[in-house]
Design a protein around this ligand. Structure first.
Ligand code: GAP
Length: 513
C-alpha cells in the first residue's frame, strides 16, 4: 500500500461513491468529524464487530459480553478522573477567532522541519544516485543535523510543558517558534487553556449542575461499575473478562483524517480482571493475542508494530499501542494497558460500595487488577479499507480498483448476476438467491454489461460473482468468478454453498488466530 495523503483522499472518495461512508448531514454541508455508514459500510462494520466479539467471547470461555448505557451517573466520571483530567490544551487566535490544540500546532511545526530534512535527503539522493547512503547522510550532513537538533529541543520543551501541566511554557514555545495561525498568518495568540473533551447535556427537566450528565468518552467505565454484577451472575472466578462494543464521544478540538479521529465513534473494549501480582503476565498474554488477531487478517505483518509507552499514564504500570501503517503513516489502532486497580479503587471510594472480589481459593477479598484491550472500530474499518484498496493494471490494458477485503469481512459474499435481463435468466438467478440468502449476504444485479458489473463488485470487495447464462437453464451450471484472481470456472449450482462456506465463513478466520 502506498503511504500517502493521496491514498487517503482516494479512500474518502471511494468510500462515498460505493456506499461505505458518507459525510454526516451532507445536505447541510456536513458536520465536522461525524460520518454516516452507508449500506456496504454497515455490513463491513458489523463483520468487523463479529470478528472481534466472537474472538473474545467464543474463543475464551472466561470472557462474556455487556452492553451498558451511554449515560452513566455523573460521579462515574469524577471517579475515573475524566472530569478533572480528560483535557487538551487549546489556544485561540485573536484575529481569525480559530481555535487550535496547542500541542498540535507545535507538532505541525515539527513536521515542517521534518519536511525540510526530507527535502535535503531527496536532493542528495538525486545528486549521488545509487551510491547514496541515507543513514550516513542524515548522521553527518550539517544542515540535517541542525534540523534534527531543533526538533529534539522542541520535543523536549513540549514534553516538559505537558507533563508539568505548565500552560504558560507551552504558549512560550509557540511564541518562540513564531508559529502563525495557518488560516490568517497572524501571531496574535490568547493564553493556553485546558479544554475538557467530554460532551455534556442535561437529564430530564433538571437544569444546571444537578441535572448534568456526560456522553461517555470511553465504554470501559460501564464495564468497571458492572464487574461484580457480571461476576456474580456468570459465576466466573478470576481471571475473567468483559467485552463490550459501543459508542463513545469526545469533543476533539482537531478532528481530521476522515474516520481516524471522530467526535462520535465506536470502541471495542475488553477488561480482563486478574489477581494482583499476575497482571504483567496477563498484559504480555493480551499483547500477543491481540497482535495475532490483527495479523490473522493476512494483510502482511509489516503493517503492524508495537509502540510501548516508556512512561505509562499514572493509573497504568505497563502500556503499549498496536500501531497500523495508515495512509498517514504508523498511528495508534489499539491500546493495551495494565490499569492496575486504579479505576475499581476510585469507584469504591466515590460510591461508598465495596467492590471486592472474594477469592474462594485463597479465601480472601481484594480488588482485582485490570488489563484492558481497547480498539476503535472506525479506525479498524479505515485500516481494513486502506490495506484492501488496490489499483491494478490488467493484461488487456484496462485497469480496475479492487478491495481485497478478507472474504469473511466482505460486505457482500456473493453477487448473483443474470447475463441478460430476459429469457428466464433473472428468474433462475432469483431462484439461486433464494437458496443462498439464508446463509450468506447476497447481492442481485442485472443492470449494465457483465464486465461492468464485475468491476463494480471488485470495487465493493465482493469475493465471488455467480453468472447465470442460457446454458445454466439447460445444465444447472453457473460461472463462478474469483475477485482476486479474476479466474472463472463452471460449477454445478449445488456446489455454490460448499465453496462459499469454505471461503467466507467467520469460523474459518477464527481458527487462524
Ligand atoms: N479505555 C481506554 C481508552 O479509551 P484510548 O487510547 O483513549 O483508550 C482507545 O482509546 C482506542 O479508541 C484508540 O486506540 C482508538 O482506536 C480509538 N479512538 C480514540 N479516540 C478516537 C477518536 N476520536 N476517533 C476514533 N477513534 C478513537
Amino acid at each position: 500500500m502506498a503511504q500517502s495523503e493521496d491514498l487517503l483522499k482516494k479512500l474518502v472518495s471511494h468510500a462515498k461513491e460505493y456506499g461505505f461512508v458518507f459525510p454526516s448531514s451532507e445536505i447541510y454541508d456536513g458536520l465536522s468529524a461525524t460520518y454516516d455508514y452507508g449500506p456496504f459500510g454497515v455490513e463491513l462494520k458489523n463483520n468487523i464487530k463479529s470478528y472481534w466479539y466472537e474472538a473474545m467471547t467464543r474463543l475464551n470461555e472466561n470472557i462474556v459480553g455487556l452492553d451498558s448505557a451511554i449515560f452513566m451517573h455523573p460521579t462515574t466520571w469524577k471517579a475515573s478522573g475524566h472530569v478533572d483530567a480528560f483535557n487538551d490544551p487549546l489556544i485561540d487566535n485573536k484575529d481569525s477567532k480559530k481555535r487550535y490544540r496547542a500541542d498540535v500546532l507545535i507538532e505541525d511545526h515539527i513536521e515542517k522541519i521534518k519536511g525540510k530534512i526530507n527535502k535535503e535527503v531527496t536532493k542528495a539522493q538525486k545528486r549521488f544516485g545509487h551510491s547514496f547512503d541515507k543513514k550516513q547522510f542524515v548522521s553527518t550532513n550539517p544542515r540535517v543535523l541542525k534540523y534534527t537538533d531543533q526538533i529534539k529541543g522542541i520535543e523536549s520543551r513540549l514534553k516538559e510543558g505537558l507533563e508539568a501541566n505548565d500552560l504558560e511554557a507551552i504558549r512560550d514555545l509557540i511564541i518562540d517558534l513564531q508559529i502563525v495561525d495557518p488560516v490568517s498568518g497572524s501571531r496574535n495568540w490568547t493564553d493556553v487553556r485546558q479544554f475538557n473533551l467530554m460532551f455534556q447535556t442535561e437529564m430530564g427537566a433538571v437544569s444546571g449542575e444537578a441535572g448534568k450528565v456526560y456522553l461517555r468518552p470511553e465504554t470501559a467505565q460501564g464495564i468497571f461499575v458492572n464487574y461484580l454484577n457480571v461476576q456474580k451472575t456468570t459465576r466466573h472466578k478470576l481471571p475473567f473478562g468483559i467485552a463490550q462494543i459501543g459508542k463513545a464521544f469526545r469533543n476533539e478540538i482537531i478532528a481530521r483524517q476522515f474516520i481516524f479521529r471522530m467526535r462520535e465513534f465506536e470502541q471495542m473494549e475488553m477488561q480482563f480482571f486478574v489477581k494482583p501480582g499476575s497482571e504483567l503476565e496477563w498484559y504480555e498474554h493480551w499483547k500477543e493475542k491481540r497482535m495475532n488477531w490483527h495479523k490473522a487478517l493476512g494483510f502482511g505483518d509489516e503493517f503492524y508494530r508495537f509502540h510501548d509507552h516508556l512512561k505509562p499514564a499514572h493509573y497504568a504500570n505497563a502500556a503499549t499501542d498496536i500501531e497500523f501503517q495508515f495512509p498517514m503513516g504508523f498511528k495508534e489502532l489499539e491500546g493495551i494497558h495494565s490499569r492496575t486497580d486504579y479505576d475499581l479503587n476510585a469507584h469504591e471510594e466515590f460510591s461508598g460500595r465495596k467492590l471486592r472480589y472474594y477469592d474462594p481459593v485463597d479465601e480472601e477479598s481484594y480488588i482485582p487488577y485490570v488489563v484492558e484491550t481497547s480498539i476503535g472500530l472506525d479506525r479498524m474499518f479505515l485500516a481494513v479499507l486502506a490495506a484492501s484498496y488496490h489499483e491494478e493494471e490488467l493484461e488487456d490494458g484496462s485497469s480496475r480498483v479492487v478491495l481485497r477485503i478478507p472474504p469473511f469481512l466482505a460486505p457482500i459474499k456473493v453477487a448473483v448476476l443474470p447475463l441478460l435481463r430476459k429469457d428466464g435468466l433473472p428468474e433462475k438467478a432469483m431462484e439461486i438467491m433464494d437458496r443462498l440468502k439464508f446463509d450468506f449476504n447476497c447481492h442481485y444485479e442485472e443492470k449494465d454489461s457483465i464486465g461492468k458489473r464485475y468491476r463494480r463488485m471488485d470495487a465493493l470487495g465482493t469475493p465471488y460473482c455467480i453468472t447465470i447464462d442460457h446454458e445454466s437453464l439447460e445444465d444447472n451450471m453457473v460461472t463462478i468468478r474469483d475477485r482476486d484472481s479474476m479466474e472463472q470456472s463452471r460449477i454445478a449450482i449445488g456446489e455454490i454453498e460448499r465453496i462459499l462456506i469454505e471461503k467466507t465463513q467467520l469460523s474459518k478466520a477464527l481458527r487462524m488466530i
